[in-house]
Each structure stands twice: as C-alpha cells, then as structure tokens.
Design a protein around this ligand. Structure first.
Ligand SMILES: [Zn+2]
Length: 419
C-alpha cells in the first residue's frame, strides 16, 4: 500500500488540507486526515509539495483512429492496422499528458477481423491509459448478415483481448442508424451489454443534416425513435447530443439514459453548442468528450469544460451559470457514472487514477479561488504527474511508459509514407 499527500486533495467537490490518500492494489482505500496516521506510515508516504491531487480526467468520447487526420477532411482509406496503431498511440499519449486517465474510444469503421480494435487495445496498454473501447456497428452495415458479423466480432474481441475490468473494458456501440436495422441493432447491443454489465453506446445526430435525415427515416427525432421502438433505457449512452428538443430531454430523463456532450465537435460542425444547462436541470447523467480529432485538434478535455461553460453563459446571458465543482464533475465522477466504470472519483473502491497539479503554475494563481481555477483557468502546463491505478505514468510532464520521441518519429514516417 502507498500513502499519497499534497497541500490539497480535491475530492467530492472539496479541497481537503492535511489529508492523505491510501492506495492498495490500484484502488483507493480511503482519504483521511494526516493526524490519524501512525508515524511509521510516513515511511510509505509519497508527498507532493506545492501541489494539488485531483481525480484523473475522463474523456468519454473520442475516435483515436482519426487522431492523425488533423487538418484533413478525412482519409478513411488510410485506416490500416499500422496506421491505427500509431494514431492510437498518438491520441493516448496526448490525452494522458493532459491528465486524462480513462478514455472511451469509439471505433466505428469496418473491422471484421478486429485487427484495428486489437491495435487500439495494444496502444492503450503500451501507454498505460485506462480504455473503454466501443466496437460500433459501422454505419455502412445494411443487412442482417452485417449485424451478425458485428456481434461475432464483438464476441471474438472479448475472447481475444483480455477484458480486464482494471484497465480495459469492451463495449457495444452503434454508429449511424440504418432504418430497417435500428431495432435489431439496439436489441443486440442491449443484450450483449446486459450480459456483461456494460453500457452500450450510440451516436446521436451530431449535425442538423443528420437530424433531418432522422426525421425523414423515422418521422420523428432520434430519441423519440428509440423510445417508440422500446430501446431507450438507463444502460444506453448517447454520444455527441448536439440537437435535443424538450421532448427528447424529458424522455432521456425518464429513461435515465446517459449523454456524452462534445462541445468542440458540435461547434466545429457549424452547429450549436449542446444544451448542457437544460440537460442538467432535467437530471440527465452527463459526461464530456473531445470527439474526433479532425474536429478537435487539441484533444483536451479541459478545453471542453471551459468551452461549454462559456457557451452556456452566452446562451443564458448570465455570467455564472455553472459552478466549477459541477463542471469538474462532468469530466470526473459524473463521467464514471455515465460510462458505468469505477473511475473519476477519489473515494473508497474507486480506481486510484489521479493527477498531481503544480500549485506554482501561472494558470492556478492566485490560490484564493483554487476550485474555480481548476475548472476554468487551468493550463496543461499545471499537470505535473499522472497516476493510473496508483502507478505513475507521467512525471514532470513527461511520459514514463513510452519513448515519446520514438513515437513521434514513427508517426512522422507513417504519415509521410502514406502521403
Ligand atoms: Zn463520435
């Protein structure tokens, strides 16, 4: 077991002074005041000076396979296993350095033999980030045989990749919706996920054009279509969620279904910002994601917090719409709840994933409003160390698990070869 302490521990929305965090086998045992410790316990203490320990961030939606497509309009033909291997490493290294300890990665391209999925799994294991991999039914699928192939692939992936609850979880997902397959695809995803106590995931009309297509196909909105088919439930998580009307909000709330909002992606499509305040008021479980890297070139969940907050202020024409604790929660414990994983909270039996922040970083000055700064003014330069399962993976801003320079060199070569 190891004890960790710092000037402040940020836990359950509070800054605790003179406290420690006890970690055993990668799991938080408890947080308690230092004065309760026996003197000999300090031999196993890791103490960070001028520092804050806060929960690791959760990026609830990305597409790591697209990460090297920044600045392009999409080069799907380049998504070979070799390319995806480097793209996933690139994405996971960047996320981990930016304090993300859990990532939900949505693989939506055809991958019948699981070669792409396995490359993503191997990349996450090499970097050390906690991965929730969604193997989604590709949007191109239009036949029952395609559905069966997707399910077979999921089963084979679960058998091949070790589905370890501590670092890797596999999830079923649905990309674009096919009118004749919608009910069957959701029913299969529901059942597969229920058998494994997992969430299932689906894209929710990120653009107004897709929303219009949904009305053309189903004669109603996306959430209403799911409700009418009887496949809207608390185990499902809708991703992107740019366009939601009041009726959809009510249905999601009644079903207890989770949402992942991707503000940068929504805005980069030229769409509106997600209705975060309205969704929170409706008690819909919410998490944040960075979305695809073509749309979000920085892949920063801290950016998402700030961006969506500013847009809610603008929408409601008020300065203080969302509290910093609430916004930090969307990228930590609330995200763990949405994904159905024990992450995002420094609490007993939660995974010991945390970030150590440098209190001397300019972005955290002055210290009188520190929780506000953690949510809204923090820069990635403040991230000094990152731990996943109690294991240090970033130290003084550098990755310990992989050779960053070697990865960058290989990425440049990979992209040059592809042209
Ligand atoms: Zn997406």
């Amino acid at each position: 077991m190891t004890y960790f302490t710092a000037d402040y521990l940020y836990a359950q929305g509070q800054l605790l002074e003179e406290h420690y965090l006890l970690v055993e086998e990668g799991v938080v045992q408890h947080i308690a005041p230092l004065r309760q410790l026996q003197p000999r316990a300090f031999r196993d203490m890791v103490a960070f000076e001028d520092a804050v320990i806060m929960p690791g961030l959760v990026n609830a939606h990305t597409h790591s396979s697209h990460s090297l497509l920044k600045g392009t309009v999409g080069l799907q033909h380049a998504l070979t296993p070799e390319y995806v291997a480097m793209a996933a490493r690139f994405a996971f290294c960047q996320l981990l350095r930016q304090g993300v300890t859990t990532v939900c990665d949505f693989l939506e391209v055809p991958d019948p033999d699981n070669r792409l999925a396995l490359e993503i799994v191997q990349a996450a294991q090499a970097v050390g980030i906690r991965l929730a991999l969604v193997k989604a039914l590709p949007g191109q699928t239009s036949s029952t045989a395609g559905l069966e192939q997707w399910m077979t692939g999921l089963d084979q992936l679960a058998a091949t990749a070790v589905d370890k609850p501590d670092l890797l979880t596999l999830h079923a997902g649905i990309d674009k919706w096919h009118p004749t397959l919608l009910k069957d695809s959701f029913a299969l995803a529901q059942q597969w996920s229920a058998d494994r106590h997992r969430r299932y995931h689906y894209h929710l009309t990120p653009t107004h054009l897709e929303r219009e297509a949904c009305f053309a196909d189903f004669n109603t909105s996306a959430v209403c279509a799911l409700d009418q088919l009887g496949v809207l439930d608390a185990n499902g998580v809708g991703h992107h969620a740019t366009w939601l009307d009041d009726e959809e909000m009510t249905l999601l709330s009644q079903a207890g279904a989770g949402l992942v909002m991707t503000p940068s992606t929504s805005l980069s499509y030229g769409e509106g910002c997600p209705r975060l305040v309205d969704a929170l008021t409706s008690n819909i479980p919410i998490a944040l994601g960075t979305g695809g890297w073509v749309r979000n070139n920085r892949g920063s969940i801290l950016d998402e917090i700030r961006l969506v907050t500013l847009f809610q202020m603008s929408a409601f024409q008020r300065q203080a719409v969302l509290r910093p604790q609430q916004m930090l929660g969307l990228a930590t414990e609330a995200a763990g709840t949405v994904l159905g994983l024990p992450v995002g909270s420094l609490a007993p039996q939660e995974k010991a994933d945390f970030v150590v922040l440098d209190l001397n970083d300019w972005s955290l000055q002055p210290h009188n409003k520190l929780i506000h700064h953690l949510a809204f003014s923090i820069a990635s330069t403040a991230i000094n160390a990152v731990f996943v399962g109690g294991k240090r993976l970033v130290d003084t801003g550098e990755l310990l698990s992989v050779d960053e320079q070697a990865i960058m060199q290989t990425i440049r070569q990979t992209v040059e070869q592809l042209g």
